[in-house]
Design a protein around this ligand. Structure first.
Ligand code: SAM
Ligand code: SF4
Length: 474
């Protein structure tokens, strides 16, 4: 298939990413797969020959956004065809996995539907889509227009992907684990991402080295259940046949050039001794942890099939703070899970007050088809969910502001990531993953620079760069 436009320019791809960091990583990897085919990156859909939507299925609103976007793309495709041009539309990610052929039925303008485990096969899928398009252009009829690949292939996609290029401003994601076997009763992930799988240690370390060579100084290890990691140990390992996440982090910290390590998302059940110890004795492991608790009510945690209660969560937090007192703790909450009473919600509010979070994400329960929660009695009214969410977010917002204020007046190393909204401004992250805005030249982007924090807000801080001659501070 030709990857050159009729005007002689290279074809362009635009990838729109919805949802979590795993999807950001996958989008980068899909761009890596398309690069050898000659595709350049487009600035937006209008400028692209190939538009890919890398979708999220976690909550109903996330899926619905995809269909609105597909409606716009269908109109664009029709306009282009009227003037002899074309647009190829691909739906990837978790909506693709969950809804498969339904997507093509609901929106026939879609050319390819590809699940999160099959995107290394994009070259073959694009060739097949092009073959079908050529038949259509010749005026022949085709049974089944789109191309579908939502298998969980026996081969791992990771063994078939080119070297990663996705380093942005010194920071890179590295996917080490996928899928989930925990089956929380609200969650679609075990169905869309499949069974839990850990990449072998040697493959992870090789990718980490490639990322450092490509300019990464911060690596964020990703997985739906990243701390359930149990990758096959290197042949030379004296530390058993599989390594835990804590052991892996120690090895990544030994790679020269790695200044910061983060990981997400974790499950309270998998915070083992080695990982907790790493928070105390691996200096590159940043003092920030996203540890979703979902609810403060033991009754609801059980109905959610979380496999941990509120006391278990509190004990883990105490141990983590024992080894790393300045740890910034972040979490996720779901309000209005089926059967959640006022008393259950009060338990959640109490847990928040007792633990104290530096940041948090909180959601109204979204009823997902195919999950056990869908059929549970005691579905909570939307108005009740909304009132609980507002109360919870007010408390969490106060805690986030207090945490940010507690850093005002200190100087901290900030990894600058992008230009700010105002001219001459740059934005970066502290070790505790707070956003910091400061005046400074664009050359600071991708560097860690000491910055004095001058003002604190709920979602960000203002600062002044004080790193002498803008030297790297880490
Ligand atoms: N593996 C992580 C864990 O065990 O907590 C969560 C990963 S999930 C992709 C991210 C967050 O989405 C969850 O922590 C949960 O708060 C939220 N979420 C998942 N399913 C949801 C649903 N049906 N309704 C509302 N929020 C949901
Ligand atoms: Fe979903 Fe996380 Fe539960 Fe797995 S552990 S089912 S990813 S919420």
């Amino acid at each position: 298939m030709s990857n050159v436009r009729s005007d002689g320019q290279r074809k362009r791809v635009f990838i729109r990413t919805y949802g979590c960091q795993m999807n950001v990583y996958d989008s980068d990897r899909m761009a890596d797969v398309l690069r050898p085919l000659g595709y350049a990156l487009a600035a937006g859909p209008a400028d692209a020959d190939l538009v890919m939507l890398n979708t999220c299925h976690i909550r109903e609103r996330a899926s619905e956004k995809v269909y609105s976007e597909l409606g716009r793309l269908r109109d664009d495709k029709a306009e282009r065809r009227a003037v002899g041009r074309d647009l190829t539309i691909v739906v990837a990610g978790c909506v693709a996995q969950a809804e498969g052929e339904e997507i093509i039925k609901r929106q026939p303008a879609v050319d390819i539907v590809v699940g999160p485990q099959a995107y290394h096969r994009l070259p073959q899928l694009l060739a097949e889509a092009e073959r079908k398009a050529a038949i259509r252009r010749a005026g022949k009829r085709l049974p089944g227009a789109g191309v579908l690949d939502t298998e969980f292939p026996a081969e791992s996609k990771f063994d078939h992907l080119p070297a990663p290029q996705g380093v942005r401003a010194g920071s890179a994601f590295l996917s080490i684990q996928e899928g989930c076997d925990k089956f929380c009763t609200f969650c679609v992930v075990p169905y869309t991402r499949g069974a839990e799988y850990s990449r072998p240690v040697s493959a992870v370390l090789a990718e980490a080295r490639q990322l450092v060579q490509a300019g990464a100084i911060e690596i964020t290890l990703l997985g739906q259940n990243v701390n359930a990691y149990h990758g096959e140990a290197p042949a030379s390992s004296l530390d058993g046949s599989t390594w835990s996440l804590g052991r892996l982090i120690r090895a990544i910290a030994e790679i020269e050039g790695v200044a910061r390590i983060r990981y997400t998302t974790s499950h309270p059940r998998d915070m083992d001794d080695e990982l907790i110890a790493a928070h105390g004795n691996v200096p590159q492991l940043m003092p920030y942890l996203h540890l979703p608790v979902q609810s403060g009510s033991d009754r609801i945690l059980e109905a959610m099939n979380r496999g941990h209660g509120r006391d278990h969560f509190r004990r883990i937090v105490d141990r983590l703070r024992g080894v790393r007192p300045d740890l910034a703790l972040s979490t996720d909450f779901i309000v209005g899970f089926p059967g959640e009473s006022d008393a259950d919600f009060d338990d959640t509010m109490r847990l928040v007050s007792e633990v104290g979070f530096a940041s948090a994400f909180s959601f109204k329960y979204s009823r997902r088809p195919g999950t056990p929660g869908w059929a549970m009695p005691g579905q909570v009214a939307e108005t009740v969910k909304a009132a609980r969410l507002a109360a919870l977010q007010a408390l969490l917002g106060e805690q986030a502001r207090d945490f940010n204020m507690s850093k005002v007046g200190t100087s901290v190393p900030v990894l600058f990531a992008e230009p700010g909204r105002k001219p001459g401004q740059v934005v970066g992250k502290t070790p505790w993953l707070q956003s910091v805005y400061a005046d400074g030249p664009a050359r600071l982007i991708g560097r860690i620079v000491d910055t004095r924090l001058t003002e604190g807000h709920a979602n960000s801080l203002a600062g002044e760069v004080v790193g002498r001659d803008y030297e790297v501070a880490a």
